[in-house]
Design a protein around this ligand. Structure first.
Ligand code: KET
Length: 401
């Protein structure tokens, strides 16, 4: 019945992560997937999360289906974290928010919702992209295209080319953007640049869809949400997919949110109804356990404060690893410009390493980086950063010779 199907090529991120775990190199380093590891190389269970989990074990409440839109206390917490504690749009009831199956689920529900409202629109995605963005929107029936984003010559933002492209898009085109910690490049817009983007979005009548999967891991919980809040304040209608996978270290609990900031409370009600309809037909409702973990941490003042410290620790450790790589490469590979380790932010750095260099890193040194050259910074720690910079110096130095 199914012998005519194409074999699945596998996912470039999950596939190489699996290959890493099969490798037996004694000093291997996993820089493939967007998972946060602590300095001992462990994926942390945050004390704030653990405190709530302990309570849940003893909680005799029945594990009922959640409503299609998710837990009410979860949804209001998403609004506070993403849109700000005292933002007018939230207070006015203009933001429709649902609990979703991670950031991926938020993107999928948002894509299905948009396809119902604007089936003819195209979806424009940064070049380069998190590959799944194209897959999710194409899977929802959209034609996807790419706008310029990264400039390999400067390892920074191709801002002018990006703006030129956005200025040429027809009204109601959907533009997918990352408010912080761009995946895969680590290259973000400045506040001034966001201001210029907002003007174009308004002038052209475009539909911004913001994917914020790393809030708190760039500059700070509030700072990283700047673009979301600036767009809402400018009066734009904007979709926001957020994820708690990374900043609460609860990847497998599948916790995220989808919010649509609308022009009025009546419009937000209409939108919420249609989001529920999308959820009902694809998975009915979000998970009870993950929902209670997130709501438990975010709605308890002490645990919330504890969580902010835990996220700050992750952020500071990643920035420190960037500094150490930069300093070590200055010694081991004089003449090589490693400034991008400092200028790029968040979980990822886009190295520009060639296919041959990446293969040599894997085969000779057990250093696993995905084929695009994206380095997942949290795989580095004080115990392996020396091996990493030795390996880089070896393969980059060899190419130079
Ligand atoms: N958006 C972006 C930009 C993103 O990098 C990820 C995950 C997600 C959404 C998905 O979030 P989740 O809550 O897990 O559904 N990125 C990492 C893992 C993956 O590829 O799925 C990564 O890029 O390594």
């Amino acid at each position: 019945m199914f012998e005519h199907l194409q074999p699945y090529a596998g996912d470039p991120i999950f596939g190489l992560n699996d290959a890493f775990h099969r490798n037996t190199h004694p000093n291997k380093i996993n820089l493939t997937i967007g998972l946060y590891y602590d300095d001992q190389g462990r994926i942390p269970v945050l004390p704030s999360v653990q405190a709530v989990q302990r309570r849940l074990v003893d909680d005799p409440s029945p594990r009922v289906y959640l409503p299609m839109e998710g837990l009410a206390s979860y949804r209001s917490a998403v609004q506070r974290v993403v849109f700000g504690a005292d933002r007018k749009a939230v207070a006015d009831g203009r933001v429709a928010t649902i609990q979703t199956l991670g950031g991926t689920g938020a993107l999928k529900v948002g894509a299905d919702f948009l396809h119902m409202a604007y089936p003819e629109s195209e979806v424009w995605i940064s070049d380069p992209a998190w590959d799944n963005h194209h897959a999710i929107f194409a899977g929802a029936g959209f034609k996807t295209r790419s706008y310029p984003y990264y400039d390999p010559a400067t390892k920074g933002l191709a801002f002018h080319a990006m703006m030129e492209c956005l200025r040429g898009l027809p009204s109601r085109t959907i533009v997918l953007m990352h408010p912080c910690c761009h995946n895969p490049t680590g290259v973000d817009l400045s506040r001034e640049q966001w201001g210029e983007v907002i003007t174009v979005l308004q002038d052209r009548g475009l539909i911004p869809f913001l994917d914020i999967a790393y809030q708190g891991l760039g500059e700070g919980m509030e700072e990283d949400a700047y673009a979301v809040r600036a767009m809402v304040e400018a009066g734009l209608t904007v979709l926001v997919a957020n994820s708690f996978s990374k900043n609460l270290s609860i990847y497998g609990e599948r916790c995220g949110g989808l919010s649509v900031a609308c022009g009025s409370a009546a419009e937000a009600d209409l939108v919420l109804g249609q989001l529920k309809a999308v959820v009902r037909r694809i998975y009915s409702s979000a998970p009870w356990h993950g929902g209670h973990i997130v709501a438990g941490v975010l709605n308890d003042a002490d645990l919330h404060a504890c969580w902010l410290d835990e996220v700050a620790e992750m952020r500071v450790r990643m920035a420190e690893m960037r500094r150490q790589v930069h300093a070590q490469l200055a010694e081991k590979l004089p003449g090589y410009d490693a400034g991008y380790f400092l200028s790029q932010r968040g979980m990822f750095t886009y190295s520009g390493l060639s296919r041959e260099q990446l293969l040599a890193l894997r085969e000779r040194h057990g250093v696993y980086i995905i084929d695009s050259g994206r380095i997942a910074v949290p795989g580095l720690n004080s115990g392996n950063v020396g091996h990493f910079t030795d390996a880089l110096a070896d393969v980059i130095g060899e190419s130079a010779r």
